[in-house]
Design a protein around this ligand. Structure first.
Ligand SMILES: C[S@@+](CC[C@H](N)C(=O)[O-])C[C@H]1O[C@@H](n2cnc3c(N)ncnc32)[C@H](O)[C@@H]1O
Length: 195
């Protein structure tokens, strides 16, 4: 696999956060938006992309979901696997790339795809591949719950996500809800439904 300059830069930056200790986003708390979904939906097969240290994958498994969780930083995967083992949870943690899900062999038939701040940091030229992989992995009627920050949230040129972008990129999906997050900078919870 040959990675672009942008992918290598993003990967190195993320790896450095994990190597330095506990990254600022690793709250260890499952967001209320996922808690609400889990309370309302019957459990099924869930795919988490950019799972970090596995807090939400374990939460889903503890609520009856059959979970595959993916992250491309080795240290995040190591910590996620330790968390899964400590919880005795049914989660398969895959060291893989969310934009190369075929190579990661995650399987298919997922009724839920969960993404907490992964897609919004992916370089634009890899986002079509992310959408294609997620579309292939999702069952008909599946839900994609995605949290992302807006394009102006960070002072770089590649990160951020908008509702218009998702509408255009995720052919075969309907964007059914956009709810602003509660952060002091622009963030959004997006819900898409696979047709
Ligand atoms: C901002 S962190 C959020 C982590 C986790 N979702 C959480 O909230 O604690 C983004 C995560 O996505 C992962 N990530 C980013 N791009 C990825 C990609 N292309 N494939 C797999 N994981 C990726 C990073 O390694 C990191 O763990």
């Amino acid at each position: 696999m040959v990675l672009s300059k942008e992918e290598l830069a993003v990967r190195d930056e993320l790896a450095a956060y994990y190597e330095a200790g506990r990254p600022p986003w690793d709250s260890g708390i499952t967001p209320p938006e996922l808690v609400e979904l889990v309370a309302a939906e019957p459990a099924g097969r869930a795919l988490e992309l950019g799972c970090g240290t596995g807090t939400n994958a374990v939460y889903l498994a503890e609520h009856g979901w059959d979970v595959v969780a993916v992250d491309f930083i080795e240290e995040a995967v190591r910590r996620a696997r330790a968390k899964v083992e400590a919880a005795g949870a049914a989660v398969r943690v895959v060291h893989g790339d969310a934009t190369r899900l075929d190579e990661a062999a995650v399987g298919d038939g997922f009724s839920l795809v969960f993404d907490l701040s992964c897609y919004c940091g992916i370089p634009p030229h890899r986002r079509d591949a992310y959408a294609a992989g997620v579309t292939a992995a999702a069952a008909k009627g599946a839900r994609l719950l995605m949290f992302g920050y807006g394009p102006d949230a960070l002072p770089d040129l590649i990160s951020g996500v908008t509702a218009d972008e998702l509408r255009t990129r995720f052919a075969g999906w309907d964007l059914v809800d956009v709810t602003p997050g509660t952060n002091p900078f622009p963030t959004f919870w997006f819900t898409l439904r696979r047709r």
